[in-house]
Ligand binder design. Sequence first.
Ligand code: SAH
Length: 353
Amino acid sequence: MTEKIDLASMTKSELCDYFGSIGEPKFRAEQVFNWISRGASFDEMTNLSKALRGKLSENCIDTLPKVEQKLVSKLDGTIKYLFKLYDGACIESVFMKYNHGNTLCISSQVGCRMGCKFCASTIGGRVRDLLPSELLGQVIAAEKDSGERISNIVMMGIGEPLDNYDNVIKFLKLVNAEGGLNIGYRHISLSTCGVVPGILKLAEEEFPLTLSISLHAANDEKRSEIMPVNNKWKIAELLSACVAYYKKTGRRISFEYTLISGKNDSEADAAELGKLLKAAFRGTGAPIHVNLIRVNEVAETGFKKGSEASIKLFAEKLSEFGIVATLRRRLGSDVNAACGQLRRSSLQNKPSN
Ligand code: SAH
């Protein structure tokens, strides 16, 4: 069998070429691009002839993620989706309501190979990268299912976006395109565990994204212990890539810091973090923002969250260094919203993917 065509991963100009190659007028590209962004099946593309719809169904693959399971929080309306992909693999996306608009947290890979010790997504390793159409499809499928418009995207779900660089870049172009979802880059955050060459490359693209760095420790010894990626790119190298990113894009960088009881959450840890970030950005004028996260307790990892009082002390210590720290609001705490936990429980019932 020849390989099927992934239309939903194509830009409008690639669609133009495709329709040209099968003897169709170029305006089909605009029509199909728009149908795809609304999650239509080939059969539902009613302004195409029946014959063309038949041809597309036969030759093209439908990569739109399908809702396999859906958990709706009774506390705040957060929706956790377990999506099934065309090959049976599953990923998660989380729909959250904020004052500034509806936000979808999307996955970038099936599984992850980064090996962070506290994270549920990496336990079974990486199965495969998501296609551009599957990155985009999470947003489309969530809009279709919820009936709500999504205005913000955070790439903080399963996987490491900079380990799937080319597909992520293609996705960014698709999601931003007119006639499609048209979501502005300023409304998109990309979170990385610290893949330095990817950060430097991203700085060269013209995307005013918000970059989030999963830092989680203020010295190499502690960071390498919980994040193996730190053996490859040390903190100093990571922070200088962040400074380069800031200088190039002018975009604020946000640091994620997951507080793990007895590991990285003491006042001394906070002071070390404050000193580290202040020194790294000295003279750049960059505002430094730290997002504190209570560790989500994953059964396999044994890490525990600290007390409310210890978190408050940590934030206060950081403010002594002029660093704004916010404690992430916990949404969907009743729907297993922590990264990778729903996929993980579905895998435990069915260990094939
Ligand atoms: N690979 C990317 C994006 C996915 S993880 C990254 O590392 O940034 C998204 C965020 O969730 C990261 O900051 C990650 O460190 C954090 N995270 C993963 N497992 C967690 C857990 N059990 N508790 C709290 N935060 C967690």
